[in-house]
Design a binder for this molecule. Structure first.
Ligand code: PEP
Ligand code: MG
Length: 534
């Protein structure tokens, strides 16, 4: 038994469950030539691996159509011919022959002009990993295949890993790396999963299947606990649940401060399910719909129709307000079906509105879908990462172009749809007074704003102690933005993690913030702070 303490909490809560080690094994193929008489045995190895992978995919394909496509590729004879050719002709072993064939196939698809065919390269690489794991006799972790409650322990997790999480089975998350505003933390919070990130050395302190206790609010982990510790944490969990019940009893009280200001409490969501989860908290709407998750969970850029179906359902659910942020990809958010060029500084690179303005057809598919959904609720459009008036005006012009098209096609939308922007770059703070004349609302994204103002990477554990939205530099920026917005009569909200921090509520109210948008798990706590504030 060992007690491990961590400074910062990503998502509060208590968990007691067995560890699930989420580590990708080494899948580098062994290289080496084989003797001519071993050819048949090596081909046999490949065929056995292929059979195992096909079986695996058949089960997965029953519930997810992505795997039906993978199944087809895995069963492809060209793939088999390629591997056999390298074993028979070049006397390569099965691992090397498979690795090289997969690389060649993926390269062929990557070089194709057709976007759909290009996307298949990622599928081929994924199958390559499955084949290699089968050939090497190692198991790959799979969050989608969990059948019992666990605490996931990983080196780090990426948004693409977290999309497979089932919150009824993942009781807690512990990662060696990552910061509290990295996307894994945000996603865990929206799902209400207790999470601690940046837990140095945790991978060497736990074993797969061994029980672990964690109190994410206190930042305490007990590895390999004895009976008394398990009992202590089970009691803590029960006490935590009864405190939750007390907070829940406040949900019907509107968030009005003692001096009479009505504050809007909204949810940050990544999909329709998150809205369903937030509705019981009596929210005033969705202050941030991170539309990129719709793109990340897909095998291709979602079409207008696919997006429309999702936004329409979201608009009907969050009828008071649904703020859809246009695609914010890049930085640490990647797409399995689109190869981003490697960049020295991805957070200062080709991301968010920069990509949308460069890929206008894709941007228009999204805007048309949002506009059409606006006929079904109070939908607002929000642009991420704006740094110049030119960008805001260009983006607004694309909205107007889409509106004109829809009008001509006789498709319904809200003619008065509000178009606002995130304030998450220092440039947007400096120009807030100008932007307030053109934007219908502001939403302050403190996650990025803090990293850009302080020049502190939001995901870098080494400098996590310097990442501080209470820094006077950040607070002044927030005050300036709220004042600039109010001067032009527009509503100013916040959708960065700071809005869900109980300790920040008082100062944000003093600065005049109108709307707090946060992960569902924080809403009850923030409401209590607002109601109690003198
Ligand atoms: C932010 O930067 O504060 C924000 C809300 O956006 P994201 O965390 O998705 O970058
Ligand atoms: Mg951001």
């Amino acid at each position: 038994m060992e007690r491990v303490t961590v400074e910062k909490t990503a998502s509060r809560g208590i968990a007691v469950a067995p560890v699930y080690l989420y580590l990708e094994p080494d899948l580098t193929p062994e290289t080496g030539s084989i003797a001519a008489q071993d050819r048949e045995a090596e081909i046999g190895r490949f065929l056995a691996a292929k059979e195992a992978v096909v079986k695996e995919l058949e089960t997965l394909a029953e519930t997810n159509e992505i795997f039906a496509a993978h199944l087809e590729i895995a069963g492809d004879f060209m793939l088999q011919d390629g591997v056999e050719g390298k074993i028979n002709g070049d006397l390569k072993n099965a691992q090397q022959a498979t690795g090289e064939t997969i690389d060649e196939f993926a390269a062929i698809f990557e070089a194709m002009d057709d976007a759909y065919m290009k996307e298949r390269a990622a599928d081929i690489k994924d199958i390559g990993k499955r084949l290699m794991a089968a050939l090497k006799g190692v198991k790959r972790p799979d969050l989608g295949g969990l059948t019992r409650p666990v605490v996931v322990v990983a080196r780090d997790m990426y948004p693409s890993d977290t999309v497979k999480i089932d919150p009824s089975l993942v009781k807690g998350i512990l990662t060696e790396e990552g910061g509290v505003t990295s996307h894994v933390s945000i996603i865990a919070k929206s799902m209400g999963i207790p999470t601690l990130v940046g837990v140095k050395g945790i991978l060497s302190k736990v074993e797969d299947g061994q029980t672990v206790c964690m109190d994410a609010a206190e930042g305490v982990i007990i590895t390999d606990p004895d009976e008394a510790a398990v009992k202590e944490y089970e009691d803590k969990l029960a006490a935590y649940e009864s405190e939750r019940a007390r907070l829940e009893s406040l949900r019907s009280t509107p968030a009005v401060t003692k001096d009479g200001k009505r504050i809007y409490l909204c949810a940050n969501v990544g999909n329709v399910q998150d809205i369903q989860n937030a509705l019981p908290m009596n929210i005033d709407g969705v202050g941030l719909f991170r539309s990129e998750f719709l793109y990340m969970q897909n095998t291709h850029f979602p079409t207008e129709e696919e997006q429309f179906a999702v936004y329409k359902e979201a608009a009907q659910l969050a009828s008071q307000e649904l703020t859809i942020r246009t695609l914010d990809i890049g930085g640490d958010k990647e797409l399995s079906y689109y190869e981003f060029e490697k960049e020295e500084n991805p957070f200062l690179g080709w991301r968010a509105i920069r990509i949308s303005l460069d890929m206008k057809d894709m941007f228009k598919d999204q805007l048309r879908a949002i506009l059409r959904a606006s006929a079904f609720g109070h939908v607002r459009i929000m642009f991420p990462m704006i740094i110049s008036m030119e960008e805001l005006l260009d983006a607004k012009a694309v909205v107007e172009e889409c509106k004109a098209e829809l009008r001509a096609e006789g498709k319904a939308f809200d003619e008065k749809i509000e178009v606002g922007m995130m304030i998450e770059t220092p440039a947007s703070v400096m120009l807030a007074d100008e932007f307030a004349k053109e934007a219908d609302f502001f939403s302050i994204g403190t996650n990025d704003l803090t990293q850009y103002i302080l020049a502190v990477d939001r995901g870098n554990k080494k400098i996590a102690n310097k990442y501080d939205y209470f820094s006077p530099a950040v607070l002044r920026a927030i005050g300036h933005v709220i004042a600039a917005g109010h001067k032009e009569g527009i509503k100013v909200g916040m959708c960065g993690e700071m809005a869900g921090d109980q300790k920040a509520v008082e100062i944000l109210l003093d600065l005049g913030l109108d709307e707090f948008s946060m992960s569902a798990g924080s809403i009850d706590y923030v409401r209590e702070q607002i109601l109690n504030r003198d």
